[in-house]
Design a protein around this ligand. Sequence first.
Ligand SMILES: Nc1ncnc2c1ncn2[C@@H]1O[C@H](COP(=O)(O)OP(=O)(O)OP(=O)(O)O)[C@@H](O)[C@H]1O
Ligand SMILES: [Mg+2]
Length: 264
Amino acid sequence: MNDNARQSDVILEAQHLRREFGGLVAVADVSVKIRARTLHSIIGPNGAGKTTFFNLLSGTMPPTAGQVFFQGQEITNEPPYRIAHLGIGRSFQITNIFPNLTVLENIRLAAQAMGGDNFKLFRRFDHFDAYQKKAMAVIARVGLQGKSLALARNLAHGEKRKLELGIMLASDPQILLLDEPTAGMSSEQVPELLAIIDRIMESDDKTIVLVEHRMDMVMSISDVITVMHQGAVLAEGTPNEIAGNAEVQKAYLGALYGDLGSKT
Ligand SMILES: Nc1ncnc2c1ncn2[C@@H]1O[C@H](COP(=O)(O)OP(=O)(O)OP(=O)(O)O)[C@@H](O)[C@H]1O
Ligand SMILES: [Mg+2]
């Protein structure tokens, strides 16, 4: 792909993003381009600034400096609900789930919230029907068939992570920011979540930005990997390029995850 094609395909772009907390610089100067319909992973050691970076992209907190562009339009300092409505989905982990509602109700509410109908829920049956259909499709997409009438609080941990994903998908975002979607899952549960993420990418034509500590997962599903270190971008490239990057090995991967270069 030439540079022009690359440029035109950028869906989300951070330019020189910076975020300070008092004297601490969590994100120093991060410029990243996310291309449409790719799975772009952000990796880096604890405290590297990955979650803060997501917070800046999703409008959850304003940057100290720098800009964010979505489909060429500047969205820096837009409120989170506006950014969500534009099509950037962000997982907020368990807090987004209503524990005393069923899986179906949780997902349908998320679909309705984005449909703009939240104050006239059952005004028209065809709306209700459309949301119901949408919710059922999302439930199937995230592998929660058979659980649609279960109360969210009774779900197993891995199922809650799927519900979280479903709540994001219900609003039909173009791009999903996933912050450690496998957190707390056992290794046996990971492949299923990977397959779900893969299907969302391929069948639903989405762009995914993934923060994840499981290196085998990151290496196998990413198109592009950006390595963050101490709030800055240390390297960016394909999984092979990153695994073979001596600087990354030295500063991060080698120390934390063993010699990945030998695995590929
Ligand atoms: N709201 C906040 N107030 C003060 N400091 C913060 C805040 N959020 C993050 N930090 C600090 O900013 C730095 C980056 O944190 P961040 O959570 O972005 O890292 P991370 O890469 O997501 O780490 P992890 O892999 O552990 O999730 C850390 O030093 C953290 O303590
Ligand atoms: Mg984090």
